[in-house]
Design a protein around this ligand. Structure first.
Ligand code: BGP
Length: 477
């Protein structure tokens, strides 16, 4: 059976707001996550309009990658990383998103980070927008609801493309752009929360605004992709989808149809636009049945047609079931579903389904026939150092092993898979709950939910395991 390509990109992934800290240093502005307090699996994070003394904001210090990046990248190099997926925090470069000129100190930080990666032979894979919208754009424009944000984003993209043209080759436009098909996306991805102060789960849902804002992101993404193709032919431009694999709960055809409709809306819609360059016809019915009308400008269709991506990337954590009859609920990333009796779940209730990754890779590749990359996958778990300070995360090794095995099978099935970056390779703040306790890392960071911890780094047992996986190009699992 065919194995992973010889140039397979093994590595790990993070997002600026979840790892960097230094939220207001060196001219950085505040972004949406800087206004989000900590929560738990059962108590939602809150969004506060102003930064309050009596609240704890996990992104403000996070894992302090801002001051530890050299040590962290050296640790990644120690595992043999070929690639490191990270994001640029828009507000480090344009503090409010609206300035004409960029903040030099912010740009210089990413120069140091990319130089450090290159010195270790690690290729950076950069997400332009990973749930890091400037908060000033929320208050001024209601986030992506206003078309004017496209111009601000485009100025930011042109600035970082020009600055890092010789340091970065792989770019992703919007992290999990399809999160906007669910209410969750309004907060972290679209920033359509002007004036809102309260629990993240109670933001009023306005589908008309959500889908209009998403349209603006599609146009912004396509413009960035075409601009990059025209000016920097060496760049490879990708999309990024939160793949939420759905299974019909039973073989009742009604369940099958419901599942197909959810797969279209949640998983296929955004990538059909970004890979094929046009809105898929099934969305016409969805929009008309939900009273949604997308305002498009005359050039938009052409912009989308020309701005198609070179490779398709996605996050994969779990699968869920869909059915027409009531059933036991199950949690998941961004949206839950019905419980699958054949699967076990993580401590946060996300079902664990490695075979679902093989199925998903085959489905995506069969549809688009362009190179794929899994840019997020991993197990959020409570890790506790034992009395010798060792962190035996055998459960994480089991999870990763099973998913890498599934990728190998998919490659054997003929899928063109270019790389894999496990999520949160160094412990960081959880996007959904704001917890530090939900750890994904192969490297432990001494930082806790109450803000305590000396930020020291320590290898978990999964570190040496992953190192062997990379050294044998996925042969030894
Ligand atoms: C994805 C996000 C990441 C990340 C991950 C794990 O949705 O792109 O930013 O955090 O999920 O989710 P969580 O942190 O909620 O466990």
């Amino acid at each position: 059976m065919k194995g992973f390509r010889p140039d397979f990109l093994w590595g790990g992934a993070v997002a600026a707001n979840q790892i960097e800290g230094a939220w207001d240093l060196d001219g950085k502005g505040d972004s949406v996550p800087d206004h989000c307090t900590n929560g738990t699996h059962t108590v939602p994070k809150r969004i506060t309009r102003t930064i309050r003394e009596d609240c704890l904001y996990p992104s403000h210090e996070a894992s302090d990658f801002y001051h530890h990046y050299a040590e962290d990248i050296a640790l990644m190099a120690g595992m043999g990383f070929k690639v490191f997926r990270l994001s640029i925090n828009w507000t480090r470069v344009f503090p409010t998103g609206m300035e004409e000129m960029p903040n030099e100190a912010g740009l210089a930080f990413y120069d140091r980070v990319f130089d450090c990666c290159r010195a270790h032979g690690i290729e950076p894979l950069v997400t332009l927008s990973h749930y890091e919208m400037p908060y000033a754009l929320v208050e001024r424009y209601n986030g992506w609801a206003d078309r004017a944000v496209i111009g601000h984003f485009s100025r930011y993209c042109k600035t970082v493309f020009a600055r890092y043209r010789d340091k970065v080759k792989y770019w992703l436009t919007f992290n999990e752009i399809n999160s906007a098909t669910q209410c969750f996306g309004a907060v972290l991805s679209l920033g359509t929360i002007r004036g809102y102060d309260g629990p993240m789960t109670e933001v009023p849902d306005e589908p008309q605004v959500r889908f209009q804002a998403l349209h603006h992101q599609f146009v912004a993404s396509a413009e960035a992709v075409s601009y990059a193709h025209r000016h920097y032919p060496q760049f490879k431009m990708g999309n990024m989808i939160c793949f939420l694999t759905r299974y019909p709960r039973t073989c009742d055809p009604a369940d099958l149809l419901k599942c197909q409709q959810e797969m279209q809306l949640i998983n296929w819609f955004c990538s059909d636009v970004m890979v094929r360059g046009a809105y898929p016809s099934y969305m016409d019915r969805y929009f008309s049945e939900h009273g949604i009308e997308i305002v498009r400008e005359p050039g938009d269709a052409e912009t989308l047609r020309h701005g198609t991506v070179d490779f398709y990337t996605f996050s994969y954590y779990m699968s869920n079931c869909v059915g027409t009859r009531p059933g036991e609920a199950s949690s998941g990333n961004i949206v839950g579903g019905l419980k699958n009796p054949y699967l076990k779940a993580s401590d946060w209730g996300w079902p664990i389904d490695p075979d679902g990754l093989r199925w998903t890779l085959n489905e995506i590749y069969g549809r688009y026939q362009i190179p794929l990359m899994v840019v997020e996958n991993g197990l959020g778990a409570f890790d506790k150092p034992d009395e010798n300070g060792e962190i035996n995360d055998s459960y994480r090794i089991d999870y990763l092993r099973a998913h890498i095995e599934a990728m190998r099978e998919a490659v054997g099935d003929g899928v063109d898979l270019m790389g894999y970056t496990c999520w949160g390779c160094i412990d960081l703040v959880s996007a959904s709950t704001g917890e530090m306790a939900k750890r994904y890392g192969l490297i432990y960071v001494d930082k806790h939910d109450d803000g305590s911890g000396d930020l020291s780094r320590r290898k978990k047992n999964s570190y040496d395991w992953y190192k062997k996986v990379i050294a044998t190009n996925g042969e030894t699992l």
